[in-house]
Design a protein around this ligand. Structure first.
Ligand SMILES: [Zn+2]
Length: 90
């Protein structure tokens, strides 16, 4: 019985893992070379409600573009376009 159960679990997890692996970076797809830190609307897509930058494992960005994005967001924060934290705080 335990062997069967293990087999089932492996089969269940395999396609999910593949699906996650196949996800391509949005910036790479659109061949974006620079990220405009003045574009608030665009940057907001990569930030959660609290103002935190969404991690790479969730957004699916590649290392290079995630790095560019974080610099852009941090610049935007510095010039008060983006929030460091949201106003609503529980
Ligand atoms: Zn990329």
């Amino acid at each position: 019985m335990p062997i069967r159960r293990r087999f089932y679990r492996e089969r269940e997890s395999a396609p999910d893992f593949e699906r996650r692996r196949k996800r391509v970076c949005r910036f790479c797809e659109e061949k974006i070379k620079t990220i405009n830190y003045l574009d608030e609307r665009f940057l907001k897509r990569f930030v959660n409600e609290r103002g935190k930058i969404v991690p790479r494992r969730i957004s699916g960005n590649c290392a290079l573009h995630q790095r560019m994005l974080t610099t852009a967001i941090k610049r935007a924060r510095h010039i008060a376009i983006m929030p460091f934290t949201s106003e609503i705080y529980r």
